[in-house]
Design a protein around this ligand. Structure first.
Ligand SMILES: *Cc1c(COP(=O)(O)O)cnc(C)c1O
Length: 463
């Protein structure tokens, strides 16, 4: 099966062109099929290296949530453990030990009632973690239904339409009906009232997002839980909540300590987070933690040999890199609670200051201010007709900034916005440079030709 983009231009069929200084015979290295013979390592390196220069500067990519800067010491540790396979718990018992310490650290951070019973694992990212969390919800519901002697063939999962694409994948791959709450006016995420309206006896759970990717806002997890408590009191339906904390589960514990969103709420059964987003590790590592071993049905677990002992695993992959898990533990050790609070607090300061400055420029209206996730979305005021948010995004590209523009989903398709994700490594100084560039472009935008709008690319926006 080929997963080629339908709009991809025709492939360049010419052989790779090698700098004549690099090799005596630079001819005949094909581009699209495997060369017949060897290529000297320095030549192979230079070819790949040169081509990747066009990928752009990761630090100027304000579209991604994923970590683009780590301590040099973390890089060293990662290169020392690139050869370790996470699944070989027997061969690499200390890597396995660091993984289980990370799970314990996270379950305490997220207030699991009994950290000794907290259950969880690392994954390749939040997407795999979401699959595992969703599967546990589905299996729990099926088991309960069968115990009651009722059918268990039409499960559904309730969530806001702003969910990340991983939840659409979950529903598609595992035959679960998605029940989506659309956006409404200036409500860009799930509300407790709308969530409960979609719940019935076939609802395996409600997904609440701590940190919507559309605008950085937190969904009201505590209100959603309270509304489900009320539903249970009225109807007997006991519907668990999974918190998709891909970003927020590494932000809120450190800088929103008064926010109630985690296992403190008895209805929260599981939480996922991306170690490679605000967990501050290079891609790809994610985490999932269940509140206790009851929340993860035992028949989903496989047992692998671990130092002659049996070790439980629950994963979609088998082999997986160990380096990211090592780096996650390094970060916990290196930063501690105070360090994480400082890093996330600084990101929020940069985000809120930059959003306020963008608001002052005049043409823009903020949808969010970066005061939840350090992420904000903004659009153009109605009176701005000479250019679109897509033009603004393109104009910023001229200087290398990647600030995505995208249209909102169902019931707010009329709204197109720009979004800035502030991460570790994006300082007040870089924010000032971005602001200057934006300011400089405005008169040109005002005078220039307006594009008709979406380029077709924005529908692929799924970060
Ligand atoms: C990024 C994100 C995901 C997917 O996470 P990956 O780690 O990229 O697989 C899921 N949900 C939310 C809310 C996200 O922000």
């Amino acid at each position: 099966m080929s997963l080629k983009h339908p709009q991809k231009p025709p492939a360049n069929t010419r052989d790779l062109a090698v700098d004549p200084m690099l090799t005596m015979d630079g001819n005949g290295i094909p581009r699209h099929h495997m060369p017949a013979g060897e290529t000297p390592p320095e030549v192979a390196y230079q070819i790949v290296h040169d081509e990747l220069m066009l990928d752009g500067n990761a630090r100027m990519n304000l579209a991604t949530f994923v970590t683009t800067w780590m301590d040099p010491q973390a890089q060293r540790l990662m290169s020392e453990s690139f050869d370790k396979n996470m699944i070989d718990k027997d061969e690499y018992p200390q890597t396995a030990e660091l993984e289980s310490r990370c799970v314990e650290i996270l379950s305490r951070l997220w207030h699991a009632p009994d950290a000794a019973r907290a259950t969880g694992c690392s994954t390749t990212g939040s997407s795999e973690a979401a699959m595992l969390g969703g599967l546990a919800l589905k299996r729990r519901w099926q088991l309960a239904r069968r115990t009651e002697g009722r059918t268990a063939d039409r499960p559904n999962l309730v969530m806001g339409i702003n969910v990340q694409v991983c939840w659409e994948k979950f529903a598609n791959y595992w035959d679960v009906e998605m029940r989506l709450v659309p956006m409404d006016g200036e409500r860009f995420h799930l509300s407790a009232e709308e969530a409960v309206k979609l719940c019935d006896e076939n609802t395996i759970g409600v997904v609440a997002i701590l940190g919507s990717t559309f605008d950085g806002s937190y969904e009201p997890v505590a209100e959603i839980c309270a509304a489900l408590d009320d539903l249970q009191a009225r109807t007997g339906l006991d519907i668990p909540v999974h918190v998709d904390g891909a970003s927020g589960a590494f932000v809120a514990p450190f800088i929103d300590q008064d926010l109630v969103w985690d296992f403190t709420l008895p209805r929260v059964a599981s939480i996922n987070a991306s170690g490679h987003k605000y967990g501050l590790v290079y891609p790809g590592v994610g985490w999932i933690v269940w509140r206790d071993d009851d929340a993860l049905p035992a028949d989903l677990i496989f047992w692998v040999n671990y130092l002659g002992d049996n070790m439980p695993t629950f994963a979609l992959n088998f082999s997986r890199p160990g380096a990211q898990v090592v780096a996650q533990y390094y970060n916990f050790l290196r930063l501690g609670f105070g360090g994480y609070a400082k890093v996330q607090g600084y990101a929020r300061e940069v985000a809120t200051r930059l959003s306020a400055q963008i608001e002052e420029l005049g043409p823009f209206r903020l949808l969010t201010r970066g005061d939840e996730l350090p992420v904000f979305a903004f659009t153009l005021k109605d009176e701005v007709t000479a250019y679109t948010v897509f033009d603004v995004s393109n104009a910023l590209r001229e200087r290398g900034w990647q600030v995505p523009a995208y249209t909102f989903p169902k019931d707010r398709e009329d709204l197109a916005a720009l979004r800035v994700v502030v991460r570790r490594g994006f300082s007040h100084d870089l924010a000032d440079l971005l602001l200057q560039d934006l300011k400089r472009q405005l008169p040109k935008l005002e005078a220039g030709t307006r594009t008709t709008g979406a380029t077709g690319d924005e529908s692929a926006f799924h970060h």
